[in-house]
Design a protein around this ligand. Structure first.
Ligand SMILES: [Zn+2]
Length: 828
């Protein structure tokens, strides 16, 4: 069960990052901006009100990348300036003294490659929306306005945007003026201080839908032809706001809350102050609404308004203070609106996401300043693992104290920045506990407990013995954990609850009982983040599945997949078909598919009509895992006519996994079926990958080309990995896709090379690792080169030497850059 990976988070060239010095503070930003859609160009005049901190300040350095700066002025007088790489150095006319106020104006234009995005129709996508939108996080605002591009500087802002008359421009804060003459001018003012990365602008032909909550305007902007879909995504915003206000006991802090859905967005959502941007992919129709919801995304971004926007992490190393909180509060809203079962299952799935990253990529300390680019930190550790840690903390201190601590934290750091220890102190103050050990082991060290648990009972002494070992590998700094652990034991006289403090690698617990135990369970409420291997007799697991709470039943279903006897299959069947919570049905289906027996196959086939669409999807997936040709006939009706897009899509994939020839025409048919985000066609393409039929390879190539829907291209590109090994034509095609305009196609082209374990793409992937404009793509490329090399089983010494050379290369590059900078500064 140990999924130790040797891969490291710190890629060659990673180094410690510290918050930058602040010789001055930006107090207010005024940005007059005119986008030119034809040229994909912006023309801007920026005015910065700056308060000097360092006495005798002679120049000001701002972040500014790829901006064409024409003039810098104070009071209309031109100043000397120099643009070096991604910095702008402005010479002050006379040295400024401490607390002096300086107003600087900067005129510039740019054709931004990052930060500010134009979306336009073109020959491949003639029907695309005409839009422009920004994305600042992590450090991309400098591509559209000169700024101090770091979280630890907050300023008020106003944007004046000139757009064509039929366009709407949405930004942070209050709309104070709109004038419409030949063009329209929107004037927005944000009176709450915020960092550069939360500055936002979205422009398009949007319809506005307006609601009101407690005198706060809630505004939803969607493309005009999608108005009918807006309410399915946004109608619960009011309830979420109410819930967060009540839970945190701090009012929604900003003047309005807008959500705008834009095309080709590069994230799911971005929590800009009072003006969230969301991917248009979240808008969905009634059929998708059956088993898809925008609520996770919408509640996550809304929670950020408190966690991230009102209180902002002081440095990227503390980014979990933004993302883990938003993720956990998304789960808390889910608990509030959908109940305990959904909540527990959701938290368990968060942990699974993190475990998946550990087994496929790396484990790392959540709070770390050693990385290459701050974007590296936006991973499953920062979101999901951090959320699980907040869940543990809430369980340790109790909900009441957790809420009081969070309130104190939000109030104390409102409109300011916070570090991890600031939050720790708030919880300590309110709870009276000492929490440094908790924070150290969970946040400043990698890993999690891997528990091996053995249960025994002595009939003579009536003593139950539980042997618990922490089996995690500690070579990389993963600790032996200290944690409280709940255990339930049920005997003929009822359920008994125990709590133990575990603080060593090996721990033996002895519990005197009145009679023989019927079953027992460890961590029955899933409070602890851990992986667990419980050695229990079959009969005990059966009792646990029958009598346990949701968490206990889910654990039992998983553990029972190790037993494939008829009684277990029958019980899993009964529970799967009768349970009221779909998550348990889904886990039973998964357990049955893990058994891979004829009997379990038969049960799965019989379960295809299970009523909850999410359970049905799990059953269809389970059926696919059997990879049986005879599955085609039972899958076909679901694929063609199920009420859920996702069941249809899962059926398409399972059809591919059947590897039956009859699946081929059905998958072709799937490509013509239109669905929410093209889930059916995309899964059909993955299905062609599973079929491994050469004709299917041609279909994939055709569907990976420009002109197809993004989601279709992404799936086709990834599936090409199944065919690319030693296939020169395919390799050439994938190399082209490494330069694709859409970043997810580039990522999937890289992944296809990894899937194929095809080293012929390495030089091109290395080029991507060094040159791609998107830091996320660079990261995937770098990890993938290592993965392909590892797969090729390159002798260790060679791999090590390569790493050394890479390190030297990076060091050399840094040296050259430093010398360049010194030269420039000497000249300047
Ligand atoms: Zn977030």
């Amino acid at each position: 069960m140990s999924t130790y990976t040797s891969k490291k988070f710190e890629l060659a060239g990673s180094k410690p990052h510290y918050p930058p010095a602040k010789p001055f503070a930006v107090k207010h930003l005024k940005l007059e901006i005119k986008p030119d859609f034809d040229e994909k160009r912006i023309e801007c005049r920026e005015t910065l009100d700056i308060s000097v901190i360092e006495d005798n300040l002679q120049y000001i350095v701002l972040d500014a990348a790829e901006l064409n700066i024409s003039s810098v002025q104070i009071d209309g007088k031109d100043l000397q300036f120099k643009a070096l790489e991604d910095k702008l150095r402005i010479e002050l006319p006379t040295p400024a003294s401490e607390n002096e106020q300086v107003r600087i104006s900067i005129n510039y234009d740019a054709k931004p490659r990052r930060g500010f995005f134009f979306v336009k129709p073109d020959k491949d996508y003639p029907n695309r929306q005409l839009q422009a939108w920004t994305q600042g996080e992590a450090t991309e605002s400098k591509y559209w306005f000169p700024c101090f591009d770091h979280p630890d500087m907050k300023f008020t802002s106003e944007l004046i945007i000139e757009v064509p008359n039929d366009f709407v421009a949405i930004s942070n804060g209050k709309l104070v003026d709109v004038t419409k003459k030949k063009t329209a001018k929107y004037h927005w003012i944000e009176e709450h201080p915020h960092p550069a990365y939360l500055t936002s602008l979205a422009i398009g032909r949007f319809a506005e839908i307006k609601e009101n909550y407690d005198s706060i305007d809630l505004l939803y902007y969607v493309p005009e032809e999608m108005v009918d879909k807006a309410s399915l995504s946004f109608s619960n915003t009011v309830n979420m706001m109410k819930f967060f206000e009540e839970y945190v006991r701090v009012k929604y802090p900003f003047d309005k809350y807008s959500q705008v859905a834009v095309d080709d967005f590069v994230y799911g959502g971005m929590e800009n102050v009072s003006a969230t941007t969301l991917t248009m992919d979240t808008l969905h129709d009634k059929k998708a609404h059956l088993d898809f919801t925008s609520e996770h995304l919408v509640s996550h971004e809304l929670a950020h308004q408190w966690f991230g926007d009102l209180v902002t992490c002081r440095d990227w190393q503390h980014i979990w203070l933004n993302e883990s909180f938003a993720t956990y509060f998304e789960a808390l809203y889910w608990q509030n609106s959908r109940g305990e079962d959904e909540f527990n299952y959701y938290v368990m799935q968060l942990a699974e996401e993190y475990f998946d990253e550990v087994s496929k990529r790396y484990k790392r300390a959540i709070v770390t300043n050693v990385y290459k680019h701050p974007d590296d930190l936006f991973d499953r550790h920062t979101y999901e693992k951090g959320a699980c840690i907040l869940h543990m903390l809430r369980n340790i201190v109790g909900d009441n104290i957790f809420r009081r601590a969070v309130k104190l934290y939000v109030e104390r750091f409102s409109n300011k920045n916070a570090e991890t220890d600031d939050f720790r102190r708030c919880v300590e103050e309110v709870s009276g506990l000492s929490l440094q050990q908790f924070f150290d082991q969970w946040l400043r060290k990698p890993g999690h407990p891997e528990l091996k648990i053995e249960f025994g009972f002595d009939h003579t002494s009536k003593i139950a013995t539980i042997r618990l070992s922490q089996t995690q590998n500690t070579d990389d700094g993963t600790p032996i954990y200290q944690f409280p652990l709940d255990i339930h034991i049920t005997t003929g006289t009822g359920k008994k609850q125990f709590k133990f403090n575990i603080d060593s690698k090996e721990h033996t617990i002895q519990i005197p009982l009145d009679s023989e135990p019927l079953w027992f369970s460890v961590d029955p409420a899933n409070k602890l983040l851990k992986r667990m291997d419980v050695k229990a007799p079959k009969q005990m697991l059966i009792e646990q599945l029958k009598n346990g709470n949701t968490v206990e039943s889910l654990y039992a279903a998983k553990a029972l997949s190790n037993f494939s006897s008829d009684d277990v299959v029958d019980l899993l069947k009964t529970v799967m078909m009768s349970d009221t919570f779909w998550g348990i049905s889904a886990e039973c289906a998964r357990a049955l598919s893990n058994m891979k027996t004829d009997n379990s196959y038969k049960v799965i086939v019989d379960a295809l009509r299970i009523s909850h669409p999410k359970a049905r999807r799990a059953v269809v997936k389970a059926l696919g895992e059997f990879k049986k040709k005879e599955s085609v006939s039972v899958l076909q009706p679901l694929f063609e006519g199920d009420e859920s897009y996702f069941v249809q899509a899962e059926s398409a994939l399972s059809l591919g996994k059947s590897t039956a020839r009859e699946a081929f025409p059905l998958l072709l048919k799937a490509l013509r079926m239109r669905s929410f985000n093209e889930v059916i066609a995309a899964n059909a393409l993955s299905g062609f990958g599973e079929l491994k039929d050469d004709t299917g390879a041609h279909v994939l190539i055709e569907h990976s080309k420009l002109g197809e829907h993004r989601k279709i291209r992404e799936a086709a590109t990834l599936a090409l990995g199944k065919f690319a090994k030693d296939n020169d034509k395919m390799i050439e095609h994938l190399k082209q896709l490494l330069k694709d305009p859409w970043f997810r196609v580039r990522i999937n082209a890289i992944k296809a090379f990894v899937e194929a374990q095809e080293p012929k793409g390495i030089p091109e992937i290395e080029w991507v690792a060094n040159n791609d404009i998107d830091p996320r793509v660079r990261r995937v490329a770098e990890e993938s080169v290592l993965a392909i090399r590892e797969a090729m089983q390159t002798p260790k010494e060679v791999a090590q030497m390569r790493e050394e050379v890479e390190k030297l290369k990076t060091m050399n590059l840094e040296l050259v850059q430093k010398v360049d900078k010194l030269e420039q500064e000497l000249k300047g």
